[in-house]
Design a protein around this ligand. Structure first.
Ligand SMILES: O=P(O)(O)OC[C@H]1O[C@](O)(CO)[C@@H](O)[C@@H]1O
Length: 535
């Protein structure tokens, strides 16, 4: 039954290269050991972290009791006319609910941004119908803390009791677990890391409150649980892990992910964090490149440094395909990535390089003068100011500068576009990914800042050091003060961009920042310049 729930296709040459790895995984009993939550699978250095990170293998059973609790709260909220769900959470605390609700076609407003305008838009919704789910394992993530403060103040201003309109999902013992001003605290299983938490309270509570059928997800996962735990060469998770490992050994360190009709919406964005944060460390890893579809640049035309992977049915161009319902896919990919971590020789449960960017942002926030005294732009082109930290001379037209910058991508490297903008109002920024990939002929990732800092951010600093980074920041017409904090969202957003840019530059990576003094005009100008790249 389980096998029908998930279909894996690997192209014959890659499957042959992966066979020795697969045989060894089977012979070592890796699947059954993982099912038994054996923390020794990743070596002695990883053992202590792994010993508190493996409960995700049993969530299809252990999360069952949550379903009734979520339904009861949802019914209570509905009976009070509260039917709009806003989720504040970064990385693993929002990516799964986003894909679950998008796939189910139920509305969920996700706040994983520090863009003042995007947060203001969420605040402008009907607050008396709104429940804010504040999701954070640690309870200390600055973006989520800021959203909670901003929303609590806004509820109070509208004459609403914040305690009735805030629900918390967190780990036992976190500062949020003690929050008085909330209606209910869901304590998640602390022995599951953020990116493996799709089937914990972090994935299920916001998605269930928004109206998704979360019991079904657990059913779908349960149907493949025995299959992924079997020490056989048919095990789809082991096959996937072995294919990733063999591709990486052969120099294909990137996985280009395209949806080929899976029936799931946005799975790549969830898988992106799982793959990048789990594997991108110690100078190795798998870089997920999420593309718009199988016809997008970077997929069918992928070079030797990248493996095109279909989410959904196998088709032209894909070397690997994984098809199945969402609950099964969550479990499959968690297993495959954890096992791939063993093949790469890293600990798939830590994120050692994420802290560096947080620290750099914090020190800029502590020194607002340094933040605002950013040196004058190296060049200005209409609504675009150019700040080149390394790698470009900032001479000539914007297209010339971008050409010089894209030329710094080493063979087999990649370019990462990082837009610290409003992902709804400035959505057109995302079109830059395919245009750059096509015109510069290089693998190109796209991320919204600071969202990507909790996803591919780990890889960019800890993985293969062959990325070059194009940051885009923009002026904000209005800013939002974070209550009881000495900063606004706009200040935080800029500190995050500059802080991460500094850390990347300290790693010796080329960084170019384009600051849009008028966002719409600036984005149009950048797009025009990109379109000249191949001329
Ligand atoms: O749930 P928290 O503690 O707010 O963390 C959010 C995200 O930040 C990270 O800890 C680091 O980026 C992720 O692993 C995690 O999913």
């Amino acid at each position: 039954m389980g096998a029908q729930q998930i279909g894996i296709t690997v192209d014959p040459a890659l499957e042959a290269a992966a066979a020795p790895l697969l045989d060894k995984l089977v012979a070592d009993g890796v699947a059954s050991k993982l099912a038994a939550q054996d923390a020794t699978l990743w070596g002695s250095d990883a053992e202590s972290e792994a010993s508190i990170r493996l409960s995700w293998t049993a969530l299809h059973r252990s999360s069952r009791p949550l379903i009734g609790e979520i339904e009861a709260l949802r019914n209570d909220l509905r009976s009070e006319g509260v039917d709009r769900v806003v989720l504040a959470g970064m990385g693993g605390s929002s990516l799964a609910p986003e894909v679950i609700t998008a796939t189910a076609g139920v509305p969920l407003t996700v706040l994983d941004t520090t863009d003042p305008a995007q947060v203001a838009d969420a605040l402008a919704g009907d607050l008396d119908r709104t429940v804010l789910v504040v999701s954070s394992k640690s309870g200390t993530t600055v973006e989520t803390d800021s959203h909670r403060r901003v929303f609590a103040a806004a509820f109070a201003e509208e004459g609403l009791d914040p305690a009735r309109h805030i629900v918390v999902v967190t780990d036992p013992g976190s500062p949020l677990a003690e929050l008085d001003q909330c209606r209910k605290v869901f304590l998640a299983d602390p022995h599951v890391g953020g990116r493996y938490s799709a089937l914990t309270a972090f994935g299920l509570v916001p998605a269930g409150l928004a109206g998704a059928d979360v019991a079904r997800l657990l059913d779908q996962a349960a149907l493949v649980a025995d299959t992924v735990a079997a020490d056989t060469s048919e095990n789809p998770a082991l096959r996937l892990a072995a294919a990733f490992g063999a591709a990486h050994e052969g120099g294909a360190e990137k996985l280009v992910l395209a949806d080929t009709g899976s029936g799931i919406t946005g799975f790549g964005d969830w898988a992106e964090q799982l793959i990048a944060e789990s594997t991108g460390k110690q100078g190795t890893g798998l870089l997920p490149v999420v593309v718009e579809g199988p016809d997008a640049p970077g997929f069918g035309d992928a070079g030797a440094d990248a493996t095109p992977v279909a989410i959904g049915p196998a088709g032209d161009g894909a070397r690997i395909a994984a098809d199945g319902p969402l609950g099964a896919q969550f479990l499959l990919w968690e297993w495959a990535v954890a096992v791939a971590g063993r093949l790469l020789g890293i600990d798939p449960f830590d994120q050692p390089d994420v802290e560096a960017a947080k620290k750099a942002a914090r020190s800029l926030l502590d020194d607002p003068d340094a933040l605002h005294a950013t040196s004058a732009p190296a060049a200005v082109s209409g609504a675009v100011e150019v700040y080149a930290s390394t790698g470009t001379s900032a001479e000539g037209s914007l297209a010339d500068m971008l050409r010089e910058f894209t030329d710094t991508v080493p063979d087999g490297g990649y370019l990462s576009v990082q837009a610290y903008l409003d992902r709804l109002d400035d959505a057109s920024a995302a079109l830059l990914r395919s245009e750059i990939a096509k015109r510069a002929g290089t693998q190109t990732t796209f991320g919204w800042g600071p969202r990507f800092l909790h996803s591919t951010g780990q890889y960019h600093k800890g993985g293969h050091q062959n990325g070059v980074f194009l940051q885009i920041t923009g002026a904000s017409e209005e800013d939002l003060q974070v209550p009881d904090r000495p900063y606004t969202l706009g200040t935080l957003q800029l500190a995050q961009a500059l802080g991460d840019g500094q850390v990347l530059a300290d790693h010796g990576r080329p960084v170019l920042r384009l600051h849009l003094t008028d966002r719409a005009a600036g984005l149009a100008e950048v797009m025009r310049a990109v379109q000249e790249l191949d001329r």
